[in-house]
Design a protein around this ligand. Structure first.
Ligand code: SAM
Length: 258
């Protein structure tokens, strides 16, 4: 578990886009300013850090020491975040919290068990919020949706890296988070979608690629420099202007009990 994103944390912190201010506002309003929120699978604090300005306290929990170290570094001076090493199997051992947020992390977990356990731990009115890329229910996942992704995929395949090897329950079962929530005690689900325009350069796309678990620096080992060079060349051969645009659409699912 610890090595899932081996060596990726600095790339994650620098190159993985967050969800934007409007999405953070929505979370803050959902939880309320006096709340204590668990950010489970917090990574380098993508949600924990902006959210901490708007709530009483954030418990930022992740199994990866490297992610927590990046988070602590980025959050220097933010006093109301507690960074703890742990995962979705240690929820009972954590200090009390009233709401939970999971950003791009729920798919790594045994989703049904986590929700059943949260049902025992969260007070009445406690919300579970899931944040991540917007995906239509019932539609197959599209690995090549962005213009640069076929190139990245080709290079990854050349290096024996397969996005589908990631232990991702969404891909494995096809069951959308929304449906998992709807079948759980947190069955009252509301969805909000937030859009942003991003512009990438080649360094950004290479850094983004190194932030993924299936192509992390640890997975590449001593092939890392060759991978970076090959990917950079392939991207620029495909698009010599070196500028890529993306409409990043994120979804926030807020789920409550009946
Ligand atoms: C893609 S990152 C998401 C980071 C951040 N929350 C965000 O929104 O960008 C997924 C994180 O989930 C963590 N993770 C993986 N399995 C987990 C589990 N079972 N329980 C909690 N966190 C887990 C990983 O270590 C990683 O930092």
């Amino acid at each position: 578990m610890e090595d899932l994103f081996g060596g990726a944390a600095p790339y994650y912190a620098r190159y993985r886009p967050g969800y934007g201010q409007a999405a953070m506002e929505h979370l803050a309003e959902t939880f309320g300013e006096d709340s204590r929120v668990l950010d489970l699978g917090c990574g380098p604090g993508t949600i924990a850090i902006p959210l901490a300005r708007r709530v009483r306290a954030v418990l930022a929990v992740d199994p990866a020491r490297e992610m927590l170290a990046e988070g602590r570094r980025l959050a220097e001076g933010v006093a109301n975040i507690a960074w703890l090493q742990g995962d979705s199997t240690v929820l009972r051992r954590l200090p009390p919290f009233e709401h939970v947020v999971m950003g791009r992390s729920f798919h790594w977990m045994d989703r049904g068990s986590v929700l059943a356990e949260l049902d025992e731990l969260l007070p009445a009115g406690g919300a579970v919020a899931l944040v991540g890329p917007a995906r239509q229910r019932g539609e197959p996942w599209q690995p090549d949706a962005q213009p640069w992704q076929p190139v990245e995929r080709r290079v990854c395949e050349e290096f024996g890296l397969d996005i589908r090897t990631a232990a991702d329950s969404f891909h494995a079962t096809g069951e959308h988070h929304h449906d998992v929530l709807a079948a759980s005690p947190f069955c009252r689900v509301e969805s909000r979608v937030f859009s942003r325009r991003l512009v990438w350069d080649v360094d950004g796309l290479v850094g983004l690629q190194l932030s993924y678990s299936y192509s992390s620096p640890a997975r590449l080992g001593d092939r890392l420099p060759a991978f970076v060079e090959t990917l950079r060349r392939a991207l620029l051969a495909d698009n010599p202007a070196g500028r890529w645009e993306q409409e990043l659409v994120s979804e926030v699912l807020v789920a409550r009990r009946r």
